[in-house]
Design a protein around this ligand. Structure first.
Ligand SMILES: [Zn+2]
Length: 318
């Protein structure tokens, strides 16, 4: 039974994006790479989505908590930086490579999410196009589930320690939180912008291929004075210009699928002909080989993701 669960977990990890090398690694603090973004803001890479650690006078706020099993390693790694306790975890969305570690923190830690994500985390529905998601919260009687939620906007803390949470609509899921550290001029996008690659459009968890681009455009218009963008999975920070370009990239992708449907072509036509447009290739968008190397996503898994995305847009197009 145990072995089956472990193998299952390894297989699902390969299907979501995981940071380089970490996909098949046993959770450990040594496998977490720490990048200092500001004096009081760090990014922990490896073991799932990028975790931000914001050190304040009274404690640490984390953005995302990685795959199941990686909560303890996050805490251990954090001890190398500060003695302060984790007080808050903000989860950007419901995927298990961002929320799985929640259950390894004390019950006193306040978990904050968008209201839709709070509902979705109770269910941990399968991701569109795979994989199934383990429900670590059910196994722990609801430990790690959010108790505090927001609808459009929420402010945590004050002064230079203020954190602004925003919701701009459907994209990667139906509950994507945008997390801003205004005094630091830093944004964490979660997986709405995972990396310079095709998005994962998780319709089963409320995501939308047709609305994806305009949701990003709303964020770009609303969020001013940002110098540094922490993405869901990219191994380096990016910029607002990169985010703006990602709005164009996701719009062109959706329009390509929509135009094909309206012209009476097939999903196969789109899947077989779609390539990263040249101007995005020049802008550092990853080749299939680079995606395989950086994120351990096989060429076949990438093709399956492309098909799943086209199907989502197709189903949203009348
Ligand atoms: Zn995700």
């Amino acid at each position: 039974m145990k072995r089956g669960l472990v193998l299952g977990a390894l297989m699902v990890v390969g299907a979501l994006l995981t940071a380089s090398g970490a996909a098949r690694q046993t959770p450990s603090a040594a496998s977490i790479q720490v990048d200092k973004v500001r004096d009081n803001l760090y990014v922990f890479r490896g073991g799932g989505g990028n975790t931000a650690a914001f050190i304040t006078a009274n404690g640490v706020t984390l953005v995302d908590a990685k795959l199941p099993g990686w909560g303890k390693p996050i805490l251990e790694k954090l001890k190398e930086i500060t003695e302060k306790p984790v007080t808050t975890i903000i989860n950007t969305h419901t995927h298990f490579d961002h929320v799985g570690g929640n259950v390894e923190f004390p019950a006193t830690v306040e978990v904050v999410t968008h209201e839709n994500t709070a509902k979705l985390m109770r269910e941990m529905r399968p991701v569109t196009g795979g994989p199934e998601q383990p429900n670590v919260f059910k196994d722990k009687n609801g430990l790690g589930l959010p108790k505090r939620t927001f609808k459009d906007r929420m402010t945590l803390g004050s002064g230079d320690e203020r954190i602004e949470l925003h919701y701009f609509g459907r994209a990667h899921t139906g509950g994507d939180a945008w997390v801003v550290f205004p005094a630091l001029r830093v944004l964490h996008t979660g997986d709405v912008f995972a990396a310079k690659i095709l998005p994962l459009i998780d319709a089963n968890n409320g995501g939308s291929g047709v609305e994806y681009s305009q949701t990003i455009a709303k964020a770009v218009a609303a969020l001013k004075n940002i110098d540094t963008v922490i993405t869901g999975h990219n191994p380096t920070t990016l910029t607002m210009n990169d985010l703006k370009a990602y709005s164009d990239f996701t719009r062109e992708f959706a329009q390509t699928a929509q135009a094909a449907k309206k012209a009476g072509r097939t999903i196969d036509d789109v899947v077989n002909s779609w390539k990263t447009p040249e101007r995005f290739q020049k802008d550092g968008y990853l080749t299939p080989e680079e995606i395989q190397q950086q994120f351990r996503q096989s060429i076949a898994a990438q093709a399956a993701r492309l098909r799943a995305n086209v199907e989502v847009v197709w189903n949203e197009t009348k």
